[in-house]
Design a protein around this ligand. Structure first.
Ligand code: FAD
Length: 519
């Protein structure tokens, strides 16, 4: 007999992991072995546009986890199963062969994953296996934040602000939700799993990585090292050190060593600096949160320890409170996903926009993807994505608005390209960000919220260092010359476009073509 913890793509950690804690406690109580299991499902990754970067990150984390499970004497069984439709059968067959009584897993809120889990639950039940799925991904569980009419917040209710109020109040009334789930301890394991099952970590994982064209794998590995310890170091850096303008390139956020926090650490200055892409002012914890390498609860606990307070601070009064509000956006979009599953099926949150006729223009789409639109801030941001697998939040909004409201291309094309390239690609946040930017989502402002990329460039890149770093063709320029540059070398002139930014009505390059409402 045995108990199984089924680890998923978004909970790659041992500490503060609810399903693992429950599985471990049951194994101990029943005096039977605990097995940790991971199913690699290539067809799912293809269907969900998972980037090679994120998959590589996942595999690197699995290697770290294998060592940790070994130290705990918990066998870690990782297997590949290609046809996604038969994954539930494969999982249950494996459980049967191990004579598993109970399986525990953290919920994944995407529709395909929920369907898969329901199938596992059904098939398992037929074989006498009990499946337990737990909320773990977010700080406040989906379904908690409701309107007075007991409905989920929708676009007609000014969505985020009242939702955040409910989120903060509920959390402060139930601080127990922030408690860390106990990690298994080697002495807790009454039956040494490793002696029963041996080392089952399969060697086919490297082959699987090689199957991807992960040409920038080395850069990614340097930039985003695997493991919870690295996530904690990245957080410490954010809490205790000052932002610098030297971290825009392909250098690990950890490579710079500790600088003094005199004048305010990154988190203290977050309110002032978070929209600036020309300094490394935000936490850059998103790849670790998206893959669950660190728990969102642990991060909130850290903010409370930092401020030495007993309640969750999510006000706009200081950098920490503003940062917690950003963390809450992640919960918010997961709540949207669970209440409105249509958003994970390519449909707009606001259904009235389902029939929008978007432009089709492959040349414009390609120019946007490679960062050759001729609009310097858009090009810099897209090149940041293409080299780092990550993009600054303000630039994500600028590039998304540019694609949907200047080039008038379908937000789903941008959403897909982001998923294919981000190391922090996450359906709920990515879809939420794209739909918000395209005005088909939760932004109560209607379609006329349009960012002027040139005005935005002054806010996001006041020094111009960001554009100069990522668009080296413009490195010799300064001030307005840089920001408004229409240097033909930055545009896709080889696609037969006249000089000047694409997306303007005439492609004449005249600034008059960009009469946007500044937002
Ligand atoms: P910080 O500013 O330090 O914020 C801390 C954490 O809060 C982030 O790591 C993230 O987990 C969360 N967070 C912050 N802002 C948001 C937000 N607007 N929505 C949801 N969560 C937020 N984030 C992803 O994690 N994955 C995505 O695939 C993703 N796609 C996006 C697409 C678009 C078009 C937009 C506009 C935003 C997207 N975001 C996404 C949200 C946000 O841009 C990133 O979370 C943030 O830039 C990550 O950098 P950071 O860790 O330094 O953030």
């Amino acid at each position: 007999l045995a108990v199984v913890y089924w680890m998923r793509m978004a909970d790659l950690r041992i500490e503060d992991n609810r399903a693992l804690a429950r599985a471990s406690s049951m194994a101990q109580k029943e005096n039977i072995p605990l097995i940790a299991m991971y199913a690699i499902s290539p067809q799912d990754y293809e269907a969900h546009d998972r980037s090679a970067r994120r998959i590589d990150f996942m595999l690197r984390n699995l290697v770290v986890l294998k060592e940790k499970f070994n130290a705990l004497h918990i066998p870690f069984y990782v297997f590949n199963h290609r046809p996604r439709k038969t994954l539930p059968q494969a999982v249950v067959a494996l459980l049967e062969s191990w004579r598993v009584t109970n399986i525990f897993a953290n919920l994944e809120y995407e529709v395909d994953e929920l369907r898969r889990d329901i199938r596992v639950w059904e098939l398992g039940k037929q074989k006498g296996i009990r499946s337990v799925f737990l909320h773990d991904r977010v700080i406040v569980d989906p379904g908690v934040c409701k309107t007075k009419q007991d409905k989920p917040y929708t676009a007609n209710c000014q969505v985020y602000s009242p939702w955040l109020k409910t989120w903060t109040e509920s959390l402060n009334k139930n601080l127990v939700w922030l408690e860390a789930a106990p990690a298994p301890h080697p002495n807790d394991i009454s039956v040494r799993g490793s002696t029963t099952f041996g080392d089952l970590f399969r060697s086919d994982i490297p082959d699987f990585v090689n199957g991807f064209e992960c040409c920038d794998a080395i850069t990614m590995r340097q930039f985003w090292p695997a493991g919870t310890e690295h996530a904690r170091q990245i957080l410490d850096r954010f809490f205790t050190t000052k932002a610098k303008s030297t971290q825009l390139g392909n250098v690990s956020p950890l490579a710079e060593g500790a600088e003094s926090s005199v004048g305010g650490s990154r988190i203290i200055k977050y309110g002032d600096d978070r929209d600036k892409a020309d300094i490394d002012s935000t936490s850059r914890i998103s790849p670790y949160l998206a893959s669950g390498v660190i728990s969102a609860r642990e991060i909130v606990r850290k903010t409370m320890d930092f401020l030495k307070i007993k309640k969750v601070e999510a006000s706009r009064g200081n950098g920490v409170g503003i940062w917690v509000q950003e963390l809450a956006w992640r919960d918010f979009y997961n709540h949207v996903l669970t209440s409105f599953p249509r958003v994970s099926m390519g449909r707009p949150f606001q259904e009235k926009f389902a029939d929008v006729k978007w432009e089709t223009n492959e040349i414009h789409l390609q120019a946007w993807k490679v960062g050759k639109t001729g609009v310097p801030i858009v090009d810099a941001a897209m090149r940041q994505l293409n080299t780092m697998g990550w993009m600054h939040n303000r630039c994500r909004m600028i590039t998304a608005m540019y694609l949907t409201k200047d080039l008038m291309l379908d937000w789903r094309l941008g959403e897909k390209y982001f998923m294919e390239n981000l190391i922090d690609g996450d359906l709920a946040s990515n879809n939420g960000g794209w739909q918000w930017s395209a005005s088909t989502g939760t932004d109560p402002q209607p379609y006329f919220r349009i960012f002027n990329p040139y005005a935005q460039s002054e806010k996001a890149d006041p020094t111009g260092n960001y554009i100069r770093h990522y668009v080296p063709e413009l490195a010799g320029l300064k001030g307005k010359g840089l920001r408004f540059s229409m240097n033909s070398s930055t545009t896709l002139s080889y696609y037969g476009q006249p000089d000047g930014p694409i997306g303007s009505s005439s492609n004449s390059g005249s600034l008059n073509d960009f009469k946007f409402k500044s937002s």
